[in-house]
Design a protein around this ligand. Structure first.
Ligand code: COA
Ligand code: AMP
Length: 636
């Protein structure tokens, strides 16, 4: 059969939107067909497959068992620090999930109830997610590197009936006990879940509170397996919180039907996978990459997925990824550029690659931050496979731009994530909302997607339709605002340049500098502050803080700096990697009082900058330059 070209497929996905996605929907088992493929009259965002009913867990597990994949590997767990490895076939995973669903049901969890999952990268985390899907409950997974306060904010917003946690997680060199963090979060939160299920890990067993906590293993022993409950295609499958422009995270809501269709389709068409292939997304289940490409897409397509509880380096060395890929027969690997940079730094000649048989590896996918051309080139040479940069975000749930390996392999332009994926009508608008045409000389602007968004993208923000509208839809009516700036070239390749808000990407993790500023500003000695993302050779960006102390504060500056760093760690979490702060006498501002963060960032990055005509006091910038020099960023 003749393959569609990318341009044909993309054009068809927009011109014949409903038939395009109805065709893709044939890859999913429906308990009841839809009345309409697309209802784009609904506010704030379109609804897909209205009237249809299905169960996502059935599509991820049960139907594959029925179809004869019961003995195929579904999930392979590899934990290099503990040395533990476990393989679940589709049949075994189905059993575990059915039992875990029984555990939740026994605790009273019903369709639509929320279950918050705060767990490290262990199979039980995936099992808990799928168990929620099985009974129509809505999961919300919180990344383990967040502090109790962040966990508490999510508990209060999602109001889970049950919280599922593990006794500990593992970071190189330390075991992180989770239960003190859970206790603290529940102390801060106002919402009280009915019960906390605790998975005991031998590395650090937790003391359980009899009235609140239940042991996973004990519940499991008594659990009766339960079947799949069909839900509406438009019912929520999960809520995933992501950084917004303030300290208050946004609860991205994903539906069941559109998500299942889009994710299955994307693994085949964007990533070029087929049922039976082995797909490894080296991310964490706490992030969208983990939700989409560790858990849902590989299982929806009938692939084997890898759950790796380790790091790219140090567990034990820079060959870790190649060891895992070889040992488990990985066909395609997805990671963040920062992980490649970490590997390249330790093994610049890629000597470790030669120690493993990577003959099955067909493609390396990179996303989460801009893929710097040096790292792409290094990986191309090291692995001798196509290295595919692709662009998307928590809100969309699957790629907006890519070189679609299952459609047509286009020429790679290093530094560009290639072209819009079918389903996405990506455009660039200037500040006034006028479109910048592909290839125009000054084509840089706000990257937007013309509505409606394809299936699988955010349905709304949890309990916050208005926030969804104001964050994404209000500025450019008729378009979804991605928050990224960039351009489209004459060949229709996208170039992602920067964010248009205060979000920074630290080691592939999305963080809000505004959120960090809120934490610094809450210190009793701080009068005002600014946090900027400064370029970092390993992590892409790292946050650097500047604070002005209140008049009359005479404490030792070094003590205050230590407290400020600790405060961000305690309130946002270690993942913020906030380690540098400078106390300055003033912040550079415009005459109307706006802090000139962009100028500060350019000075830190040694980029060209112009003295703003509206600056209040130019001399302040000299102090900022000196402070940055003292932190090792620029020459004074
Ligand atoms: N639980 C608790 N703490 C965590 C954590 C977790 N799940 N994940 C990270 N942390 C902690 C780390 O231990 C570290 O703490 P420290 O300040 O005490 O050292 C801090 O958060 C920062 O961690 P990290 O960003 O991982 O930086 P690092 O310097 O330890 O490692 C890399 C650098 C590049 C190796 C690492 O960031 C990495 O593997 N990045 C890839 C990320 C990725 O795949 N992202 C996918 C998104 S698509
Ligand atoms: P997250 O929601 O955590 O996945 O982060 C999404 C953001 O990361 C995007 O809006 C971009 O700013 C950035 N990002 C993700 N992938 C890429 C990429 N391939 N190139 C450039 N930026 C990217």
């Amino acid at each position: 059969m003749a393959q569609d070209s990318w341009s044909d497929s993309h054009a068809r996905s927009l011109a014949e939107r409903e038939s395009f996605w109805a065709e893709a929907a044939a890859g999913i088992d429906w308990a009841q067909p839809w009345d309409r493929v697309l209802d784009d009259t609904r506010e704030p965002l379109a609804r897909w497959f209205e009237g249809a009913r299905l169960n996502t867990c059935h599509n991820a597990l049960d139907r594959h068992v029925v179809a004869g994949r019961g003995d195929q590997r579904a999930l392979v767990y590899d934990s290099p620090i503990t040395g533990e490895k476990r393989t679940y076939t589709y049949a075994a995973l189905q059993d575990e999930v059915a039992n875990a669903a029984g555990m939740l049901a026994a605790l009273g969890v019903e369709v639509g109830d929320r279950v918050l999952i705060y767990m490290p990268m262990v199979p039980e985390a995936v099992i808990a997610m799928l168990a929620c899907a099985r009974i129509g409950a809505v999961h919300s997974v919180v990344f383990g590197g967040f502090a109790p306060r962040e966990l508490a904010v999510r508990i209060d917003d999602a109001e889970p009936r049950v919280l599922v946690a593990a006794s500990c997680g593992i970071e190189p060199g330390r075991v992180i006990e989770y239960m003190p963090l859970v206790d603290e979060a529940l102390r801060i939160a106002t919402h009280v879940p009915d019960r906390v299920i605790v998975l005991q890990r031998d590395l650090a067993r937790a003391e359980l509170r009899a009235e609140r906590d239940v042991d996973w293993a004990e519940l499991r022993a008594d659990a009766r397996p339960v079947g799949c409950t069909d839900v509406a295609a438009t019912d929520p499958l999960y809520i995933l919180y992501t950084s917004g422009t303030t300290g208050v995270p946004k609860g991205v809501v994903r539906d069941n039907g559109g998500h299942a269709v889009a994710l299955r389709w994307s693994l085949e068409k964007v990533y070029g996978m087929a049922p039976g292939d082995v797909f490894w997304a080296a991310s964490d289940i706490g992030w969208v990459v983990g939700h989409s490409y560790i858990v849902y897409a590989p299982l929806l397509l009938g692939c084997t997925t890898i759950l790796y509880e380790g790091k790219p380096v140090g567990t034990p060395d820079a060959g870790a990824y190649w060891r895992v890929a070889a040992e488990h027969g990985v066909d395609a690997l997805f990671t963040a550029p920062t992980a490649l940079r970490a590997i390249k730094r330790e093994d610049p000649k890629a000597a470790k690659v030669g120690e493993y048989d990577l003959s099955r590896l067909r493609t390396l996918f990179l996303a989460g931050e801009r893929a710097d051309p040096d790292s792409v080139e290094w990986a191309e040479r090291a692995l001798d496979v196509p290295v595919i940069d692709h662009w998307w975000q928590t809100e969309t749930g699957w790629p907006m731009a890519a070189n679609c390996m299952g459609i047509e392999s286009l020429a790679v332009k290093r530094g560009s994530p290639t072209v819009a994926v079918p389903g996405y009508d990506v455009r660039v608008l200037d500040d006034e909302g006028e479109e910048r045409m592909p290839g125009e000389l000054d084509a840089t602007g706000h990257i937007v997607v013309k509505l409606p968004l394809p299936p699988g993208c955010l349905a709304t923000l949890w309990n916050n339709d208005e926030g969804c509208r104001s964050s994404y839809l209000a500025r450019f009516p008729g378009y979804y605002q991605t928050g990224d700036a960039g351009r489209i070239d004459a060949d229709r390749y996208l170039w992602i340049m920067s964010r248009t808000d205060d979000i920074i990407n630290v080691a592939g993790h999305r963080l809000s500098t505004g959120g960090m500023e809120e934490v610094l500003a809450s210190h009793p000695d701080v009068a005002e502050c600014a946090v900027i993302g400064v370029r970092d050779a390993l992590k892409g960006h790292v946050p650097v803080g500047f604070v002005v102390l209140k008049v009359g504060v005479e404490r030792d500056a070094a003590d205050i700096e230590v407290e400020l760093v600790q405060r961000v760690r305690d309130q946002i979490g270690p993942v913020a990697a906030f380690k540098q702060v400078a106390i300055v006498s003033d912040l550079p501002k415009t005459r109307s009082g706006k802090i000139l963060r962009a100028v500060m960032r350019k000075i830190a990055d040694d980029e060209e900058w112009k003295m703003p005509a509206t600056i209040e006091d130019a001399a302040v910038l000299d102090h900022i330059t000196d402070a940055l020099a003292a932190l090792g960023y620029t020459s004074p």
